[in-house]
Design a binder for this molecule. Sequence first.
Ligand code: F0G
Length: 435
Amino acid sequence: MTAHTATSEFCDECGTVQTAHGTRAQCSACGGLLSLRYDPPAERGPALQRIFDTRLAAGADVQRASGVWRFRELVLPDATDDEIVSQPEGNTPLVARDRVAEWCGLNSINLKLEGANPTGSFKDRGMTVAITQARRISARAVACASTGNTSASLAAYAALAGLPALVLVPNGMVALGKLAQTIAYGARTLLVRGDFDDCMRLARSAAENLGVYLANSINPYRIAGQKTIVLDLLQQLGWQAPDWIVLPAGNLGNTAAFGAALREAKDLELIDRMPRLAAIQAAGAAPFAASFAGNFRERHRVKAETVATAIRIGDPASYERAVRAIRDTNGLVIAVSDAEILDAKAVVDASGVGCEPASAASVAGVRELVANGSIRRDATVVAVLTGHVLKDSGILLQYHRDTEPAPAFANRPIEIDADLKAVEDVLAMSRQSDS
Ligand code: F0G
């Protein structure tokens, strides 16, 4: 294996290089966000593809088992096997679903099922790297602000690493499954009287003043890990770039990571053309879509409100990096309504796959972009489903069972007496409505 020099952190804004051993997630000179810099791998193109393909093919050590560390040359090359904190994670399925494609107006669609990660969301891909780094620098404790998934993931990986974890979540605005996980995995859980943007401010200030290691997606190690969603799906497509990669967007860490991964994949000749990114926001939490509509002349901030609580964010932390990701990929940013998100979710769920509301924004976005002519019917499209269907069962039951009048795809459960006649009546009713 190639010997690597230590990974360093450099500032996106002013270019200052810092040691890779600090707890700060932001530049000490100007406060800008940091990125990682490491020696590029000696191999490129097909030779590099072969390294990743060989690791995928067999074996049980960390770089083979994990869909993050398989790409370690592009994640954290100088981390050693015994430093790595891995569940393992990644290696999530990429599946075609005809019913979803049909609803979107496409010939076909591939769904990247990030809900299949160990804690049920894509956050595990960044967290394995951030917690590995926290251990490398002997951090005393780790912390994050979260709408729920980051906190669940942080809690699980901190437990694995034996590190105390502190999470700040907006009181009453976190889906039950996520809150339950965070508590179960043993994180100190603070229910902040405020929204996510308040939690984020507080977490930044706690990291700055109390010396805890901040594991939000402004942390460059998180971004390094999340790049592997893209690498993983490109590998599954035999290194053929799709026309579009579509993802939900909230705090914009993932949009930034996708942009970085695609730039790198293109530079290293893993792919021969750039896919276009489409970042989809919820209409009530769409500051990035508003900025895009104005050609990014102005940064917008809003008071966020949406049923998709994972992306209920009004002042996204990774704004600048996400702008670059959209510009570099000739991408698009749009917003979809809560009603569209819930219908898309019902269609995805009924295809036997399932996802949480925020994840369904990507599919609702595809449908909108096909309808307005931005995506062609015969385009190759990957929509990323970021979180598991069981994360937010509250919204799910509300849609199917409780909403009046019944939404388009409602599957009402039916209460019956314990007798066969009642079952027969229901079957007869179903046959009628099917014919
Ligand atoms: N989808 C899900 C399921 C999420 O949990 C998030 C973010 C996103 C999409 C958006 O990704 O923020 O990188 O633009 N969840 C964060 C959290 C904010 O705290 O769990 P993003």
